[in-house]
Design a protein around this ligand. Structure first.
Ligand SMILES: Cc1ncc(Cn2c(C)c(CCOP(=O)(O)OP(=O)(O)O)sc2=O)c(N)n1
Ligand SMILES: [Mg+2]
Length: 566
């Protein structure tokens, strides 16, 4: 009889995995432990790719850049308290950079945490996460898991994307209920990132302003790359003839050698532009807050999905609130043919300055001094990678970041992944792993030797999953440089690392291929061989310890004070 037929049961673990799969989550990046080890096992058993890391910060960075590349939330999984906290830097970095990701973390028993009775890994994780994320939610009942997952995914991807924290206490994961009842609590998101169209009058106001400009300029931010409206961005730029400057992660949206690129005439462009259109770029420190180096009379047109972004740093004369693709569609629709045309005198002025600066850079790149300098090593990387445009470039450091950004040109969208808006070190291996896992394409991670140290243990993860990632370390033996001295005693100076460090031997410990390069020619040979192998490799480029400047191109941000410098 019906009464004695056993009811099929389910539990919290299964509901989390079912809800994720129902909403097209196909990969989880994490570090296992109580109370989520079985969640990782179950996800893997049910066909979700689980990528196991050595530190939660790197797993979180991987989830964040997966979100940026896929335009759907990346998912990180952490254990309670210390594991959760380790993931927060990546969750905050995702929020600052507007990358969609969800960090799911197990947490301890609510009744013990709330009475501070000293539970295992006790912490009020929901409260701890709040200040650093776009939103934070806790699921307190097993029947709310479906709602919690749906809510977290929608919040991460809709509007301005960002990092969302989802807290699931151990007791909820372990709760059991009839499967039929559990299944009814699951739902698939409908239109999680709805298009947001601009008002027609806002579009007309922007067209007026752009049409009146003598010296118009477009700034392409990583939001323009994230939008995956590449043809429409290119169409807008080429149909108006407006020169553009790409921010670092927008490089490649149009090829860096595009005739309208003003990247190599950036200071002249900012100083003289009279109407500036920001597409997915914010007027923050990376653009001198629209102040330093800009024409003080410049007027701004800004496309941003968040209305609150307008006027954050400068008055915005023509705000265009909406998603970039919808705004570009509306501009195309409402602009009369030829109405917006960049004056050729302005384009020629910028073109002439670009040609001058490119010639200067070419001279510096041709020099081949010994010991090896950043320029020589990075030119070698650039020339090898040019033949493989599908290669992702991951990049972090100070000099290693700033010089590589200028030397390594990009030709396809969303293939340069770097420290971004927050200037955070430690993104390298996580970004490289996710780019390789999500795309299957080769990845070259150009790392400062200090920056590499933040996530270097993930070389083991790269080898374990046999990923096509070549880590190229600019080993100048220091944070910024390797030649600082400590005149007071025999302890190393605060900025020095070991220039004799053999990072190439590190990867051999995990079965990968290590190379040591002391000349650009050796870099070329090693990188060519490493990319051809399709497997994990590490090239330790021995760079002159006196090469580079403190903090790279942002040394002016160091407070003056009474310097103790030697
Ligand atoms: C998490 C974190 N810690 C510390 C810093 C400070 N910092 C640090 C430690 C950098 C590393 C610079 O050394 P490097 O070897 O990576 O690069 P170069 O020597 O080529 O300049 S760049 C930078 O801003 C940071 N930005 N982020
Ligand atoms: Mg260094």
């Amino acid at each position: 009889a019906a009464a004695d037929v056993p009811t099929e049961l389910t539990d919290g673990y299964h509901l989390v995995v079912d809800a994720l799969r129902m909403n097209d989550v196909d990969t989880i990046y994490g570090v296992v432990g109580i109370p989520i080890t079985d969640l990782a096992r179950l996800a893997q058993a049910q066909g979700i790719r689980y990528i196991g890391f050595r530190h939660e910060s790197n797993a979180g960075h991987a989830a964040a850049i997966a979100g940026y590349l896929n335009k759907k939330p990346g998912v990180a999984l952490t254990v309670s308290a210390p594991g959760f906290l380790n993931g927060l830097v990546a969750l905050a970095n995702a929020t600052t950079n507007c990358f969609p990701m969800v960090q799911i973390s197990g947490s301890s028993e609510r009744h013990l945490v709330d009475l501070k009775q000293g539970d295992y890994e006790e912490m009020d994780q929901l409260a701890a996460a709040q200040p650093f994320v776009k939103a934070a939610y806790r699921v307190s009942r097993v029947e709310d898991i479906g709602r919690g997952i749906a809510r977290a995914l929608r919040t991460a991807i809709s509007g301005r994307p960002g990092g969302v924290y989802l807290d699931i206490p151990a007791a909820v994961l372990g709760a059991i209920l009839p499967k039929a009842e559990g299944d009814r609590t699951l739902s698939r998101l409908v239109d999680p990132a709805p298009r947001q169209l601009p008002a027609p009058e806002a579009v007309d106001r922007a067209i007026e302003l752009l049409a009146s400009a003598e010296r118009p300029l477009v700034v392409l931010g990583k939001g323009a790359a994230y939008a995956q409206a590449d043809a429409k961005v290119r169409q807008f730029i080429e149909s108006t003839g407006i020169p553009y400057v790409p921010m670092s992660m927008a490089k490649g949206l149009l090829p860096d050698d595009h005739p309208q690129s003003a990247a190599t005439a950036r200071s002249l462009a900012l100083k003289k532009a009279d109407v500036v259109m920001l597409i997915g770029a914010r007027l923050n420190w990376l653009l001198g807050h629209g102040q330093t180096g800009w024409n003080p009379d410049a007027e701004f047109v800004q496309i941003d999905i968040d209305p609150k972004e307008m006027d954050s740093n400068q008055p915005i004369a023509a705000p265009l609130v909406g998603d970039i693709e919808s705004v570009l569609d509306a501009l195309a629709e409402r602009t009369k043919p030829g109405q917006i045309t960049a004056p050729s005198a302005w384009r020629e002025e910028l073109g002439a300055r670009s040609a001058q600066n490119v010639a200067k850079m070419a001279k510096r790149l041709e020099a081949d001094p010994h010991p090896m300098q950043f320029m020589g090593a990075l030119k070698a990387v650039r020339d090898v990678v040019r033949a493989h445009p599908e290669t992702y470039i991951v990049n972090e450091g100070a000099n290693a970041l700033d010089i590589a950004r200028n030397v390594i040109d990009m030709h396809v969208p969303r293939h340069r992944l770097d420290s971004g808006t927050w200037g955070v070190m430690g993104i390298g291996m996580g970004y490289a792993i996710a780019a390789a896992v999500e795309s299957g394409a080769p990845v070259v991670a150009v790392e400062g030797d200090s920056a590499f140290g933040f996530s270097g243990i993930e070389i083991e993860t790269i080898c374990r999953y046999k990923l096509p990632v070549v880590t190229v370390i600019m080993n100048n033996g220091g944070v910024y440089r390797g030649d600082d001295t400590n005149p007071y005693d025999d302890a190393p100076a605060p900025t020095t690392l070991m220039s004799a460090a053999r990072h190439d031997l590190l990867i051999e410990a995990f079965g990968g291929k290590g190379y040591r390069a002391t000349t650009p020619a050796e870099v070329t040979a090693a990188l060519t061989e490493a990319l051809a192998s399709g497997g994990p490799a590490l090239i330790d480029c021995v760079i002159d310890p006196s090469a580079g400047t403190e903090s790279g191109h942002i040394s002016h941000l160091n407070p003056k004070g009474i310097t103790v410098g030697n």
